[in-house]
Design a protein around this ligand. Structure first.
Ligand code: IPE
Ligand code: IPE
Ligand code: MG
Length: 242
């Protein structure tokens, strides 16, 4: 494994919990629970491999549209997961971060999120980013709003806005750029995940449902990544001779 060129930053759309459960004649919630076990395994594995950042899509800004019962079960799972796992993650030097509009969550959940971030802030191992009530469009709009406020305050001129300045306002700007995007369950769409950040990521899709995703399926994605020539607009020859 170590001879592979590894991505610094991996983002995953953890999809297929519901279909995994359906296949087994189980309630959707059983799929989410099984999916949570996969999260633990994959986090552990990425930390061991020395991946710098793992960003997981846990709940999209559109997922509020699911049946009320499923939404509250997901919130409960989220809460127990935080309560149960944070100390272990901390012991393993994992730094936890959350992106998304957390104001929509209950006070209790917001407190847990804030506390987890504060506790693990100084850790030097894997940065684990949980995207919760996150939307890529929301992210871009928030960035635009922050710049607009500075213009209103007179501390920024519109002419000074460029990709670099705008990019600095976007979530994850302080972390290594996204290298590898993975989506499980056979869907080939972004579903409003990291829109800005995906500009030059390598995209990997697998039919495996998230609860069945494991170290081996991740290794396949890593092998795919290592085999890609990342050209960023240049020609293959330019990259080879550089
Ligand atoms: C992903 O699995 C988990 C969340 C969106 C929270 P799904 O629940 O979307 O599973 P499918 O797509 O219905 O199989
Ligand atoms: C995307 O999955 C969100 C998460 C995995 C959290 P969805 O299952 O909600 O995406 P769509 O609705 O099929 O596009
Ligand atoms: Mg889905």
């Amino acid at each position: 494994m170590n001879e592979l060129r590894l991505p610094r930053h991996i983002a995953i759309v953890m999809d297929g919990n519901g279909r995994w459960a359906k296949q087994r004649h189980l309630p959707r919630h059983a799929g989410h629970k099984a999916g949570f076990d996969t999260v633990r395994r994959i986090v552990k594995y990425c930390a061991k491999q020395g991946i710098e950042v793992l960003t997981l899509f846990a709940f999209s800004s559109e997922n509020w549209q699911r049946p009320k019962q499923e939404v509250s079960l997901l919130m409960e799972l989220f809460m127990t997961a935080l309560q149960r796992e944070v100390n272990d993650l901390h012991k393993n030097q994992v730094r936890l971060r959350f992106i998304g509009d957390r104001k929509a969550f209950s006070q209790k959940l917001q407190q847990l999120i804030d506390a987890a971030e504060r506790l693990t802030e100084q850790n030097s191992g894997l940065t684990l980013v949980i995207a919760a009530n996150y939307g890529g469009r929301w992210d871009i709009v928030e960035a635009a709003k922050r710049l607009a406020v500075r213009i209103e305050q007179g501390t920024l001129q519109s002419q000074a806005i460029n990709e670099s300045l705008f990019g600095q306002q976007i979530c994850l700007a302080d972390l290594p750029p996204l290298d590898l995007f993975i989506r499980t369950s056979g869907e080939k769409r972004i579903s409003n995940f990291l829109l800005w950040q995906l500009a030059y990521a390598e995209l990997y899709f697998t039919d495996t449902f998230w609860p069945d995703f494991n170290e081996d399926t991740l290794k396949q994605a890593l092998t795919f990544f290592a085999s890609r020539q990342r050209r960023f607009g240049q020609t293959g020859e330019q990259i080879e001779y550089a």
